[in-house]
Design a protein around this ligand. Structure first.
Ligand SMILES: [Zn+2]
Length: 276
């Protein structure tokens, strides 16, 4: 049996915000001696942890590139290009009909705040991935979340749109400054490794190699460590286009590999000159 004064009960709740008293039976009710403070004597007293939402974990759905997948629940064959719900294509998984995502709505990618918030508000979330043959990797097509979660996310985004715009603008300025600094440092590293490279050419090489979203060598993690191999590759690419007739040879109907090997000698010669 537990006894509580109202103040004690309130203190108990304040100290345990995630606990909820499920049921109790008042066995006796009286006042503290010589006072008017009531005391509840609880004979049956059960409590549980309140449901506290932890971060929604995303499940993968592959628009599969495999031919021979089967659903582990219904056993049906999953045709190429259809949804396979699993951790990876090498794990066991189910078809879409056997997954808990029926009735869920697809949120396309591109809006970071909507993606994050709709995931947070949805009971479950599935990231839909499709194979990109050219890049040889899976890419996000969007996420499946509950319709109500999208609605809640949309409202939240509407409410703080102005504040987020301001924050994004500041972040973009900082990124721009950092990017400029990175290009200058990359150019300096080029000059150091190729001291005989023509005047100011290192800046042109760095600007080209480090162009954002280009996927070029300057954007790789190794280049960001100013790895000498990456610097060589950037300089080599520059020489190929600026110092040889590589680009005009393409118009003669030859293949990339053939032309590259044709200009290789000239490139190496210039590389040696610039290295000094
Ligand atoms: Zn199935």
């Amino acid at each position: 049996m537990v006894c509580f004064t109202p103040t004690a009960l309130k203190t108990f709740y304040d100290c345990n915000p995630d606990v909820c008293i499920d049921s109790f039976v008042i066995f006796k009710f009286s006042f503290l001696p010589q006072s008017k403070i009531p005391v509840f004597y609880l004979s049956i007293f059960t409590f549980s942890k309140k449901y506290k939402k932890v971060a929604t974990i995303a499940q993968n759905i592959f628009l599969t590139k495999k031919e021979k997948l089967r659903c582990m629940t219904c056993g049906k064959h999953i045709p190429k290009g259809k949804s396979f719900v699993a951790e990876s294509e090498n794990h066991k998984g189910t078809c879409f009909s056997c997954s808990p995502f029926i009735g869920y709505v697809m949120l396309p990618p591109g809006n970071v705040a909507m993606t994050r918030r709709s995931k947070k508000h949805s009971t479950l979330c599935a990231v839909v991935l499709a194979w990109n043959q050219r890049r040889k990797r899976y890419e996000r097509q969007g996420q499946l979340v509950e319709e109500i979660a999208i609605e809640k996310a949309r409202l939240e985004c509407e409410n703080d749109q102005a504040a987020r715009n301001e924050k994004n603008k500041k972040a973009a300025v900082i990124r721009e400054v950092k990017d400029r600094e990175y290009k200058i440092t990359f150019a300096k590293a080029i000059r150091k490794r190729y001291p005989n490279c023509p005047v100011k050419r290192e800046f042109a090489i760095a600007a080209h190699a480090c162009e954002k979203y280009s996927g070029r060598v300057g954007r790789t993690a190794d280049a960001k460590q100013f790895d000498s191999k990456m610097i060589d590759l950037a300089v080599e690419a520059h020489i190929r286009h600026a110092e040889t007739d590589y680009d005009t040879r393409f118009r003669q109907g030859k293949g990339k590999r053939e032309i590259r090997s044709e200009v290789k000698y000239d490139i190496n010669h210039i590389l040696r000159q610039w290295r000094g």
